[in-house]
Write a protein that binds this ligand. Structure first.
Ligand code: ZN
Length: 136
């Protein structure tokens, strides 16, 4: 079961310019910038009520964000939902026939374990599951 929309990911060409644009749009500044080296992205987060906007800029040619922008231009890249138990949700969704892009949860930005679902199994929408990393 999904708990709530956690954030909306937006692919941008230039994070610095997009940060300024979204600060003007939302009326507040981003609260963090974080590089996710394994994903070749630089991210920036804005808190908007209970949810967040995540801006993503690709940092290398291999970056999925660069490839996305080449194909589709800037825009909404994914919707992330918070789940309480990511491994249980991955099992449930796989059993329902959804295609998982990750075999195991991986570390994402903002202290999360994440997993993506292939958009071909979700009406063209890239879905991210995320679970807060709880320090034991
Ligand atoms: Zn995300």
């Amino acid at each position: 079961m999904f708990e709530k929309p956690e954030h909306i990911g937006i692919a941008v060409q230039n994070l610095e310019q997009a940060n300024a644009l979204f600060a003007k749009l939302l009326g507040k500044a981003h609260y963090k910038i974080e590089a996710v080296v394994s994903e070749h992205v630089l991210t920036s987060f804005f808190q908007v009520g209970e949810t967040k906007i995540e801006l993503l800029e690709g940092t290398s040619e291999e970056s999925p964000i660069r490839k996305f922008i080449e194909k589709k231009g800037q825009g909404i890249h994914h919707i992330a939902f918070e789940v309480a138990d990511i491994e249980a949700e991955m099992q449930r969704l796989a059993a329902e026939g959804f295609v998982l892009l990750n075999e195991k949860p991986k570390r994402g930005a903002d202290n999360k374990l994440i997993c993506f679902l292939h958009p071909k199994s979700t009406a063209g929408v890239l879905i991210e599951l995320c679970q807060e990393i709880r320090e034991a």
